[in-house]
Each structure stands twice: as structure tokens, then as C-alpha cells.
Write a protein that binds this ligand. Structure first.
Ligand code: OSB
Ligand code: MG
Length: 369
């Protein structure tokens, strides 16, 4: 498969409600879409990078730049297949989200041409997956309880509460006491705590959480291992895991017993599958994280979450939880589950009108270098 041209498109989708985490507040999801045009047809990818490098060191404009200046010239001369993308980009240090977006577009194109779904290609075993919802930091505990009530009524299989110092024990206790022991509840700190907060965090054991996600800095496996040794609640890593090698090291050091897999953070769906395989071999459950994706990323994440080791509900919520209008057909919650797209490639395409309405920049790069 030969690249002929690549469209780098920036879109801006207003969120239905502001999303506040320990990293900041988002009201709009700006995203970078990658559309590859090849001799075998076209394919779409979505870059997980956000406007600002807060969750990850990457940012949207930087991702577009590194794709245009360094990745496309390296890929243009090649006869491509999905696995060849990672190999051809290995000499470029970092930039996993940019790499993942390009690999995703090539995967989509290549699988469409072969009439195979991404789920089938990755080794998915489920047609539907149970999903959860990630609930931001609220203004008040009452406002949080209203939001959680709405999501539980909608049928979500798991509630994840964002926490930070000053917004942890009290809201978590309130949610547990209000909705009872039957609700699968987790917390995510997005690195907001210091190693000295260990004793404080261990108090979360009182609330029967399914896991505590990434309390400490990405490179502090030691603090996570110390917390895991001291808490009954399983420790889950998100930001710390950027490759299968990281995952192996974190497991070996006892820094986590559950892993949140985000394809963008780890450089693509193929590396995500390698982490899944390694975790499964070590008896470590995994689940699919989210980055407020558009319908394109959501479709691909559902394919990944259909693999057998994804035993916990992922952050793959219905479209209406994020956007009034998405760029693809909406994903609708049904009995706490979303359907895994079965059509070739990602199984969804952007809808022309919706796509144009939210596009802010389009840059078409010819691959006749
Ligand atoms: O830490 O999981 C995270 C969104 C943006 C950046 C980081 C995170 C999140 C979420 C939202 O928690 C998950 C979703 O897409 O629903
Ligand atoms: Mg997280």
C-alpha cells in the first residue's frame, strides 16, 4: 500500500458539560484527524493529543508538525502495511500519540481494503462491551451526586470519579453512601498526589473501590509500589505506561495490579494489543481508557476493548455524554454496553456535514516527496 496524500484536519467539538480534572478544565475537545489517501483507498486516524501538554508531553499542533515534517517523509517511499508503520517510525523518539494516529489511519485503510474489522484483526471476542463513565471534579458534592445519579440511571456499568487533594475522601464517601455497595466505583487522580500523601490515600480503602488510578507522577513507580503494598484497593496505572516494556517493569516492581490501556499513550493499537497480551500472561486485568475521543477513536477503542483481557468496563461512554453532535454516527448505551463496530476497518466514517461544521484547519500534504 502506497501513501499518495495525507490530510491533517483539526476539529473543535464543544463538550456537553465542562470536564474538570486535577490537570485543568476542558470545555471543547480539539482533535487532530489524519486521513490517508492511498492506492488502496482511504483511512482515518485520530490523534489523542490535546491542545496543551498537560496530560501527556504531546500537544495537538506539535503532533501535526511532527507528522508532516518527519513521519510522512519516512513513510512515503514504503510499501506499507500496519505493522510497517511502527518499524518505519522507530527512529523518531517519543511522540506516541502522533505515531498512533498515523498507524490507526493506515490500519483503517488496509483493513477496509481487506474487508476486515479492526476488532477481528486485533483478536476481539465480544460483540458488545460493558462501559463506564469518567466523572469530573464538581463544584459541590450535591452537584456530583446529581451527575452520578444521571449516569447510573442511564445504565453505566462503572463510575470513575476524578479526585485531587481537597476533593477525595468526602465526595467518594458521599457517592458510596448515596448509591450503595453495588456500584462499581473507581477514582483517578491524574498524578495529583505526592509520595507523602500515602497515608491519606490509604483511607480510600474504606470505600470499596475497584481501583485507584495514577495518584503519583508518571515516572514514580516507586511511590505506586509503596502505595500498593500499603493499600487493599488495587493500584492502576495510566500515565506511567507508555509501552509494553513499561508495563512489564511496572508489574515486576509491584507498582500496579491493573492497567488502563490508551492506544494513543502507548503509540498505537498494535502496541496496545502487546500490553494486553503481556498483562494477560501475568494475570493483570486491563481496561480501555479514553481521551474524550470523537466517534472515530471511540469506534477503535471499542474494537480494542473486545479483546478477552479487557475484563473491566472502559472509559468509552456513549456519544451524548461528550458531544451534542459528533463527526460520526452516535454510539448509544444499551444495558450498560456499547456495540463493537463490525464493519471493515474502524466500521464508521465521518459524516460530511458534521465534519465540515467542526473543522478549523485542513492541511493536505502530498506524499510525492
Ligand atoms: O486520565 O483517563 C484520564 C480524559 C482526558 C485525559 C485523561 C483522562 C481522561 C478521562 C476521560 O478520564 C475518559 C473518557 O474519554 O471518557
Ligand atoms: Mg486516567
Amino acid at each position: 500500500m502506497k501513501l499518495e496524500a495525507v490530510e491533517l484536519r483539526q476539529v473543535a467539538l464543544p463538550l456537553v458539560s465542562p470536564f474538570r480534572t486535577s490537570l485543568g478544565t476542558q470545555t471543547v475537545r480539539t482533535a487532530l484527524l489524519v486521513r490517508v489517501l492511498t492506492d488502496e483507498g482511504e483511512g482515518w486516524g485520530e490523534c489523542a493529543a490535546e491542545d496543551e501538554p498537560t496530560y501527556s508531553p504531546e500537544h495537538l499542533a506539535g503532533a501535526a508538525d511532527v507528522i508532516r515534517r518527519f513521519m510522512l517523509p519516512a513513510l512515503a517511499p514504503l510499501d506499507l502495511d500496519p505493522a510497517a508503520v511502527g518499524t518505519a517510525l522507530r527512529h523518531l523518539r517519543g511522540h506516541p500519540m502522533a505515531k498512533a494516529a498515523v498507524e490507526m489511519a493506515v490500519l483503517d485503510c488496509w483493513l477496509r481494503a481487506r474487508r476486515t474489522s479492526l476488532a477481528a484483526h486485533l483478536g476481539g471476542v465480544r460483540q458488545r462491551v460493558r462501559v463506564g463513565v469518567s466523572v469530573g471534579i464538581a463544584e459541590t458534592v450535591d452537584a456530583l451526586l446529581d451527575t452520578v445519579d444521571r449516569h447510573l440511571t442511564a445504565g453505566y456499568a462503572r463510575i470513575k470519579l476524578k479526585i485531587e487533594p481537597g476533593w477525595d475522601l468526602e465526595p467518594v464517601r458521599a457517592v458510596r453512601e448515596t448509591f450503595g455497595a453495588g456500584v462499581m466505583l473507581t477514582v483517578d487522580a491524574n498524578t495529583a498526589y505526592e509520595p507523602g500523601d500515602l497515608r491519606h490515600l490509604a483511607k480510600l480503602d474504606a470505600f470499596g473501590l475497584a481501583l485507584v488510578e495514577q495518584p503519583f507522577a508518571p515516572d514514580d513507580l516507586h511511590a505506586h509500589a509503596a502505595l500498593a503494598a500499603r493499600m487493599d484497593t488495587p493500584v492502576c496505572l495510566d500515565e506511567s505506561i507508555t509501552s509494553a516494556r513499561d508495563a512489564a517493569e511496572a508489574i515486576r516492581r509491584g507498582a500496579c495490579s491493573i492497567i488502563n490501556i490508551k492506544p494513543g499513550r502507548v503509540g498505537g493499537y498494535l502496541e496496545a494489543r502487546r500490553i494486553h497480551d503481556l498483562a494477560q500472561a501475568n494475570g493483570v486485568p486491563v481496561w480501555c481508557g479514553g481521551m474524550l475521543e470523537t466517534g472515530l477513536g471511540r469506534a477503535a477503542n471499542l474494537a480494542l476493548a473486545s479483546l478477552p483481557g479487557f475484563t473491566l468496563p472502559g472509559d468509552i461512554s456513549a456519544t451524548e455524554r461528550y458531544y451534542h453532535r459528533d463527526i460520526t454516527r452516535p454510539f448509544v448505551l444499551d444495558g450498560g454496553e456499547l456495540a463493537v463496530p463490525a464493519e471493515p476497518g474502524l466500521g464508521v466514517l465521518p459524516e460530511e456535514a458534521g465534519l465540515e461544521a467542526c473543522t478549523t484547519v485542513v492541511d493536505t500534504v502530498s506524499c510525492a516527496f
